[in-house]
Design a protein around this ligand. Sequence first.
Ligand code: AMO
Length: 434
Amino acid sequence: MPMIRTHYSTQITPDMNGHSVTICGWAHEIRDLGGITFLVVRDREGLVQVTLFKKTIDKNVLETVRNLSRESVVAVTGNVKKEAKAPNGYELVPTAVTVLGKADSPLPMDTTGKVDADLDTRLDVRFMDLRRPYTQSIFRIRHLILKSIRRFLDREGFVEITTPKVVATATEGGTALFPITYFEREAFLNQSPQLFKQLMMSGGLDRVFEIGPIFRAEEHDTRKHLNEATSIDIEASFLDNEDVMVILENLVSHVYQSVADEGANNLKSLGVELNIPKTPFKRITYDEAIGIARENGEQIEWGDDLTTESEHSIGKTIGEHYFITDWPTKIKPFYAMPYENKPELCRAFDMMHPRMELSSGAQRVHSYELLRSRITEQGLNADGFEFYLKAFRYGMPPHAGWGLGAERLLMTMLGIENIREVVLFPRDRKRLSP
Ligand code: AMO
């Protein structure tokens, strides 16, 4: 059976004229002009024109192609023929066509890009949406981003860890938790690997990172929130907030550069031209941020978290990636380290794209007593944190870290409006399947 693929579409070149090859893919288009029939086969890399001349073609092969439904999966063995007018400068004259997976018709959505489908329809049949070069490019760039992050952090001496997603306590405030049944007890889906990555500092791993899911039960229905997102988290010992900000800006710049270098084709199919963010990123304090927002006419009080409108207005003024530092202690989580001489402010920062927040982080409280009282001050029950607090009693180094949203990094890089576009199977208030 001629089913063994010898080449992807882009591995075949016009100078292979006369060679026999086998390609595998989907029947993208079938055009029967009587004397000549064209079958365009699409594989992961691109399109191949298969040309059947009625006069010389084997009858069975012609029948198979004429009866083929669009989007069926086929293996085509044929001879390469130089053809300047065909995609990539060659066509295939088939000697055998095998149908490996027949597609029903009508199709649930168009895959050629000629007919627009709304996002909901596309997400309902994501498997089919992925056949469009546009969608595939997004996920191939997502892959490049994660790959370059791993490479960068590995070079910087970070150890990749994986921590539990079923947990007993909240980290990012008690309101946004998904409860689950865990045998006879209540448990939750983890909002952040925060506590576990900090435990690794007491464990002496020194520098760790995790790329994994975070779960937030927020009822938001916005274009930048998911209920299940992917967080890129780091934690590092003997570093302060400034040190991990430098790691973060260098990482973002490295990721952009890697995507520009390795993802040129995908960027082209998305119509995106990347500007590599220049380091160091601008740093403004929370006070300065509030000042800018007010000057721009936003109503915001000192001590408030930034609204989406304020974020936009500050982002417009700054116009590139930037940090907001020195946040009010009371609006940051208990683990952010207050300044000794000004405890109403803490060593926390957010890293912003002009459109939205991409990351937040801080130097952490590493004193057991202070941490315990910070937990209580934030209205949480310190007893529930005993497994975490214990690590601070037996030798905890000073440490700092951050969490960076993978989807937000990707959507802002590609200028995509809706965060759901950059997740294979988004989870939001309404969407639980597929
Ligand atoms: P934070 O809650 O700010 O910090 O989350 C870090 C980053 O994760 C992304 N993110 C989200 N993306 C999409 N949908 C959501 N619902 C969502 N929630 C968060 C954002 C955000 O900037 N433990 C700290 C990090 C740390 O201090 O190390 C934390 O979780 O891009």
